[in-house]
Design a protein around this ligand. Sequence first.
Ligand code: PMV
Length: 324
Amino acid sequence: MTGTAAVGEAPAKVIITGEHFVVHGAWGLAAAIGLKVRAEVWRGGEGEGLSVRADPQRGLSRTPDVGPVRTVIEELYRARNERPALRVKLTSEIPSGSGLGSSAAAMTAAVAAIAKLEDWPINENGIIEAAMVGERKIHGKPSGADVTVSTLGGVILFKMGESPHRVELPEEVKLVIVYSGGVRNTGTLIGRVSFARSARPRFFSILSESVSMLSELASRDLVELKLEELGRIITLNHTVLGSVGASNAVLDDIVELCISLGCYGAKLTGAGGGGSVIAIPRPGTAEQVSKQVGERGFKSFVVTIPSGGVRAWRREEDEREKRS
Ligand code: PMV
């Protein structure tokens, strides 16, 4: 394709502690990881409208859902009394429906790319706000953790209605991610946990306060590189998530498997009910654990945290850099 173009790239995320409870006001801890979604945008011709397409994911049978990205773009232009004449292509390294925030990354990458293309002065908060439009379309009551982490990058202590706190790690930390293969619907899982809350509100409220404490402790452990303690904390968080309906037998088995392979602890990450597990490997064992998990039939990979947030550039800047 020819013409002025811009590119945005945004990272996937893992929730280290606090998913679901963040939707109900608890503190959560999340980190950007090195898997990315790339959004390439080109100006379309007069009257051409908006076309959004996604490349099929390599090694995966699914194509990411482009609906929420389309909604976000339409809203961006509607707020400026304009209509988009754009072609957008998404390329994702993140398995969709895997609890790693592929939709949030697609939306933040697209917003950043379009802001670059149109020369709109949209800052990080603006990107988060714009992408939240799509998050609401996906599951009604998002906490905003996914789009915040995908935009800002790093490791973030997060609570709805508060400014995100950056957690600075003294060095990179490796995590093993195990994909259960089960695709699930975030909205359905949020509904299930919200039902557990309405059935036993006092129990839920104590769990929620405890999860906030776990997030605080987990962030301290990361700063002090106390990975063994971090492993215990996330495993406890997994149990809490199971008690409100977010886990299942496959995820519990993956947690057990990771611990049997020497990890300090493991838990589901994201909405649960399928999706992925994160595990804290002993130093020097991450690749071996991932390989062994792979031999049991699960897709697994090693990531380091933190990773950078969304970035965007114009295509000609890209070309100029290549020539210099
Ligand atoms: O499905 P995911 O990975 O995007 O995880 C959603 C995390 C929840 O806490 C369940 C929802 C939210 O908006 O925070």
